[in-house]
Design a protein around this ligand. Structure first.
Ligand code: AP5
Ligand code: MG
Length: 212
């Protein structure tokens, strides 16, 4: 039976980095709600503007809109896929149970665990390529040439609008209140596995891919 692989963890834990590696090396699609919402940035609609404002402030987009986007995107998948950044609330977790039933897939949850002290540098140091979405970090994973994508030498890297100290603190607070309880829920229902998100990317990748 194909699976829905949920990567769960605090902002900056490395979900996106690892999901991208899994997609590249194992051919399992990465479906990131954060990336899908960021893609709405250039839409000139009131809804898109509202989403941008919520994200920039480090809040959560409504469960209904988030689920609608996830459902539309995942219904066309034929095999297993990775959810990066969904679910984040109890309501979303419930919606995911229904979706998994409808799609005849099992849910596997992998927590990327990382100490709080590591996160600020990861987030404030993050840069990404607007073309290929490659994720860099000025402290831990710098591009070969300063502020330029390794794969798109004509492209300057960008800094996410929500990677400032005020938004990060709100994102962490919401994570603790809304998302962390889901880890206990998946633990209780026997679907949680945990990897240490600290250390080098390859070691973490090996721990995750072994579980899949
Ligand atoms: P989203 O884009 O999902 O942001 P997030 O959950 O805050 O997580 P991040 O993307 O910040 O972290 P990550 O774990 O992917 O880390 P990364 O691999 O980049 O969501 C953004 C916003 O969208 C939300 O705040 C909300 O507004 C909205 N949203 C999204 N989903 C939603 C939902 N379901 N419901 C409602 N609203 C939703 O790594 C971080 C940095 O660390 C990078 O620089 C990387 O190079 C570096 N790094 C990674 N691994 C390592 C390592 N092992 N060692 C050193 N550095 C590392
Ligand atoms: Mg991410």
């Amino acid at each position: 039976m194909s699976k829905i692989i949920v990567l769960i963890g605090a902002p900056g834990a490395g979900k996106g980095t690892q999901a991208r590696l899994l997609e590249e090396r194992c051919d399992i699609p990465q479906i990131s709600t954060g990336d899908m919402f960021r893609e709405m940035k250039n839409d000139d609609t009131p809804l898109a503007k509202e989403v941008q404002a919520i994200m920039n402030a480090g809040g959560l987009v409504s469960d209904d809109l988030t689920f609608q986007i996830v459902k539309n995107r995942t219904d066309r998948e034929k095999d297993s896929y990775i959810l990066d950044g969904f679910p984040r609330t109890a309501g979303q977790a419930e919606m995911l149970e229904t979706l998994a039933n409808e799609q005849n897939r099992t849910i596997q949850v992998i927590e990327v665990d990382i100490p709080r002290r590591e996160l600020l540098k990861r987030l404030t140091g993050r840069r990404s390529c607007p073309v290929c979405k490659e994720i860099y970090n000025i402290y831990f994973k710098p591009p070969k040439q300063e502020n330029v994508c390794d794969f798109h030498p004509a492209t300057q890297l960008t800094h996410r609008a929500d990677d400032n100290e005020a938004s990060v603190s709100s994102r962490l607070e919401i994570y603790d209140e809304e998302t962390k309880p889901l880890i206990d829920y998946y633990q209780r229902t026997g679907r949680l596995e945990k990897v240490n998100g600290e250390g080098d990317l390859e070691t973490i990748y090996q721990s995750i891919s072994r579980l899949i």
